[in-house]
Design a protein around this ligand. Structure first.
Ligand SMILES: [Zn+2]
Length: 210
């Protein structure tokens, strides 16, 4: 669907924060289908975090993925946003080809591939400090994973050396992430940056279900 049509369907007079619950529920009843995938039932009133305006109604899955796409355009806060990091990883591996998978999403967000790519690059430039994080062997990554970290490291090459030493060294295999984080003095016990380099099959860690 052309971007102009999506825009037409939005209701910019509505400010999400000022909508009572009953009005949100009413909007979902009136617009029962997800306006992005057009397959699943609408479950959430979606709004633009920057302006507060309601953009449309989405199913749970599209709402969550759009949230991740927008999170990828922000410097990460206290915890790595896994799907946002996945987008950065795909972008690193395939450049703008990776973004060509999301024409509907980009149109819904009123963005071009170029603007979205510029946003991803801008976030990268704000993440100068490399860290290497790892978890104990045998664990898969969850919100409660216990991480150990090294860093900040001198540069990407040093990070890559630590990454390889941990991943391919003797002993049981561990989950190893190289995360780039902002230079703001926060000492976080979990990865909160975006994954810059990933050795191995990222899809197995990042869900692949984009
Ligand atoms: Zn949907």
């Amino acid at each position: 669907m052309p971007a102009a049509l999506w825009r037409e369907r939005r209701e910019p007079e509505r400010v999400y924060a000022r909508m009572p619950d009953a009005e949100r529920a009413q909007l979902l009843r009136r617009r029962p289908g997800c306006e992005l995938c057009r397959r699943r039932p609408s479950a959430a009133v979606d709004h633009d975090a920057a302006t507060g305006f309601v953009r449309g109604v989405l199913c749970r899955s599209c709402n969550s993925w759009l949230g991740s796409m927008e999170a990828a355009l922000r410097v990460p806060g206290r915890r790595m946003q896994v799907q946002a990091a996945y987008l950065h990883w795909r972008f690193e591996a395939d450049g703008t080809d990776a973004l060509a998978w999301y024409p509907g999403e980009l149109a819904y967000l009123d963005m071009t591939v170029k603007r979205f790519a510029d946003g991803l690059r801008r976030v990268r430039r704000l993440l100068p400090l490399p860290y290497v994080y790892w978890t104990a062997s045998g664990q898969s990554v969850t919100r409660n994973s216990e991480w150990t970290k090294t860093g900040p490291l001198a540069d990407a090459e040093e990070a890559e050396r630590h990454h390889c030493r941990l991943r391919y060294g003797p002993g049981p295999r561990q989950v190893v992430l190289t995360a780039f984080e902002p230079d703001d003095g926060m000492n976080s016990p979990v990865p909160r940056g975006l994954v810059k380099t990933f050795t191995g099959d990222a899809r197995s860690w990042f869900g692949g279900g984009a």
